[in-house]
Design a binder for this molecule. Structure first.
Ligand SMILES: NC(=O)c1ccc[n+]([C@@H]2O[C@H](COP(=O)([O-])OP(=O)(O)OC[C@H]3O[C@@H](n4cnc5c(N)ncnc54)[C@H](O)[C@@H]3O)[C@@H](O)[C@H]2O)c1
Length: 256
């Protein structure tokens, strides 16, 4: 079997928010390996440079979009740059998030606002900007990165679970509205996977508990999640819209 991935994204332009690290970075790598021209967004220029360099070194096509997407202007500018520099606009992966876990009495206005700006409002403004940037005939795909926390809640996650559950609702509503323009909108729900962003909430004991409760008997990886995102963005999912795909080793809908 060939180890070279199919070039099924050849000629397509894909913008991934928060692609400087973690799940976003791996999604950028996989889309580029499948032929996409990847617009690598992050607010940290050094992360963007590193990911773009890595993709180019592997023979892929990428350019950097350094932009804070926590405002309507920011995500609009990111989409506009991707469209202009790439020459077209096909795929948006709304991946960026800024996350704090706080118990109900500890929730503060500044953390709530920032989580909403990066993790929720940017998905709405991004959907608006991407839909306008996509070719009306050809359409495109939007993949929103939610979380299994949207489906099954845990402690200290009123804000996080609320935002991610909201993303599933807006995914379905956007799919309803944008289907007429051949735009598919779907969401992935990753379970906990080791990344920079989750480091502070992980320890060996918690990981062991998660593994014991997971039918597939291991933690997920960023590669696992990125494969789910790429599937939903690809033509293989050409008749799939308004869906939520849990990429979680089976942990969310089972009870071990
Ligand atoms: N890692 C997990 O276990 C897990 C589980 C479920 C869901 N998720 C979701 O997956 C997504 C990615 O998570 P991750 O763990 O890879 O995160 P991460 O923290 O490792 O990376 C996120 C990236 O987003 C960037 N970013 C943050 N705010 C930004 C902004 N305003 N503008 C542009 N870039 C910004 C950061 O600089 C960082 O490079 C998030 O939506 C997260 O909620 C992650």
């Amino acid at each position: 079997m060939s180890t070279v991935p199919a070039q099924d994204f050849a000629g397509r332009v894909a913008l991934i928010t928060g692609a400087g690290n973690g799940i976003g970075r791996e999604t950028a790598r996989q889309l580029a390996a499948r032929g996409a021209v990847v617009a690598v967004n992050d607010l940290k220029p050094e992360f963007v440079e590193a990911v773009v360099a890595e993709i180019r070194a592997a023979g892929g096509q990428a350019f950097g979009v350094v932009q804070n997407i926590a405002s309507r202007e920011g995500i609009q500018a990111a989409v506009a740059q991707a469209r202009e520099q790439g020459g077209r606009f096909d795929v948006l992966v709304n991946n960026a998030a800024w996350v704090r876990y706080q118990a109900v009495p500890d929730i503060q206005p500044d953390t709530l606002e920032r989580m909403l700006d990066v993790g929720f409002k940017a998905v709405i403004w991004g959907t608006q900007a991407a839909a306008a940037a996509m070719d009306p005939e050809r359409g495109g795909a939007i993949v929103n990165v939610a979380s299994t926390a949207a489906l099954r809640s845990t402690l200290n996650s009123v804000v996080y679970s609320g935002i991610k559950a909201g993303i599933l609702g807006l995914t379905r509503a956007a799919a309803a509205e944008l289907g007429v323009r051949h735009i598919r909108v779907n969401a992935v729900c990753p379970s906990a996977v080791p990344t920079e962003g989750t480091q502070r909430n992980r320890n060996a004991e918690r990981d062991a508990l998660r593994i014991a409760r997971t039918p597939l008997g291991r933690l997920g990886t960023v590669e696992d999640i990125a494969r789910g995102i790429c599937f939903l963005a690809s033509d293989q999912a050409g008749f799939i819209s308004a869906q939520t795909l849990a990429v979680d080793g089976g942990v969310t809908f089972t009870n071990l």
